[in-house]
Design a protein around this ligand. Structure first.
Ligand code: TXA
Ligand code: MG
Length: 355
């Protein structure tokens, strides 16, 4: 049992993006000391909060799995702050196409899978021969990595199976007593986890969609490689082991409502038009609902024209909904374009039904 400390870094320091100054804060100094002592620390990234430990120390990484209750066959992403740190982690040279992706998208929400070096312990990669690496863009994450001078293994800082945390409060509610420190850097900008890609000789596979979209990757890769999204169904043995787990799930059953379905009809037909049902819909749909016919509770998902806002708030809405005593949550599907693809990927994994 730990007494979990919360140390805040001020918004103006984050906005100024001055990593050297952030490195000198009490929060970073204390966090770096803990990491060097093989402890775990939660910290913000531009995607979601991560739970970090020295990626090269087995006993430190083991504490991540314990705190999250994560199955040990699900490998972690290793976070770096400088490109040179890659060479210790990977085997062989960096392919040209990987170089292009790094140039364009690092630091940022893109995770790339490489062949792993023998320095990375088996526990970090769940015994895979590959290692997933990303350079986050959040100044707190970069300052922490700089200050420790270590690559940090960091999954999302939620309890396994819960939605990823997008604020320090989310981390606290999942991991209070299980970790020594949370660095509070406010709300994460993107709100969904990084895009994960695997590079083959003629193909780039997107194993998990995120803020770096297929179109963005295609533009950089050019015509040397095909870019494909890999669906779990296409693989009996999942390529990205995390894909086989039911993820991001609120504990209340969740139905995705298709664009053309009528919410009022669904409520009536399933006899669920009561205050134990929550419907989460776009502001546009909300305007067209006949509110006098609806007894279910309603939450606004945001405008269908602002997919970034929807992505940023999705896990927060799912978490908040779970705190109340609903028997069922209905959520409206969003367009499968831009970050909407990642939103629908997470929702589909969390859903119990698509109607
Ligand atoms: O945005 C993010 O990526 C956040 C922040 C904290 O950086 N991290 C994150 O980590 O989402 P996690 O552990 O929740 O998700 C990592 C995903 C899992 O689906 C895992 O299976 C996959 O990456 N992964 C990790 N190493 C892999 C590897 N060597 N090969 C294939 N997939 C891998
Ligand atoms: Mg996760």
């Amino acid at each position: 049992m730990y007494k979990t400390a919360l140390l805040k870094i001020k918004r103006d320091l984050i906005n100024n993006n001055n990593i050297e100054i952030i490195e000198q804060t009490k929060a970073i100094k204390q966090a770096a000391e803990l990491i060097v002592e093989n402890e775990v620390v939660a910290f913000p990234t531009e995607t979601v909060y991560g739970l970090g430990a020295n990626a090269l120390q087995e006993k430190a990484v083991l504490k991540i799995f314990e705190a999250k209750g994560r199955p040990t066959d699900n490998p972690l992403i290793v976070h770096i702050s400088r490109r040179e740190q890659l060479f210790k982690l990977i085997k062989g040279c960096i392919l040209k196409v990987a170089d292009k992706l790094i140039d364009e998208f690092w630091p940022g929400p893109l995770t790339i899978i490489f062949k792993k070096s023998s320095q990375v312990p088996q526990i970090t990669t769940a015994s895979l021969e590959t290692v997933a690496v990303r350079m986050p863009s959040h100044p707190i994450a970069l300052a922490l990595i700089n200050q420790t001078e270590l690559p940090l293994a960091a999954p999302s800082a939620n309890s396994s199976g819960f939605p990823s945390p997008t604020s320090a409060e989310h981390v606290y509610s999942d991991l209070n007593g299980k970790i020594p420190l949370i660095i509070d850097g406010g709300i994460c900008d993107i709100g969904l986890e990084s895009t994960v890609v695997e590079i083959q000789s003629e193909q780039v596979n997107i194993l998990r969609p995120g803020a770096i979209t297929m179109e963005m990757i295609k533009k950089v890769v050019g015509n040397t490689h095909l870019v494909k999204t890999i669906n779990l169904k296409e693989h009996v043995k999942p390529k990205s082991p995390g894909m086989k787990y039911k993820h991001y799930s609120p504990s209340t059953p969740l139905w995705i409502v298709k664009k053309n379905s009528s919410i009022t009809k669904i409520l009536k037909k399933n006899n669920i038009n009561n205050e134990k049902t929550l419907i989460i819909v776009s502001s546009e749909t909300l305007q067209n609902l006949k509110l006098n016919q609806i007894k279910a509770r309603i939450k606004n998902l945001g405008s269908i024209n602002d997919l970034n806002y929807i992505a940023k708030n999705l896990f927060k809405i799912l978490r908040e909904s779970d705190l109340e005593d609903f028997k069922l949550i209905l959520i409206e599907e969003v367009s499968q374009k831009d970050i909407g693809i990642a939103v629908m990927n997470r929702l589909t994994k969390a859903a119990t039904k698509i109607i």
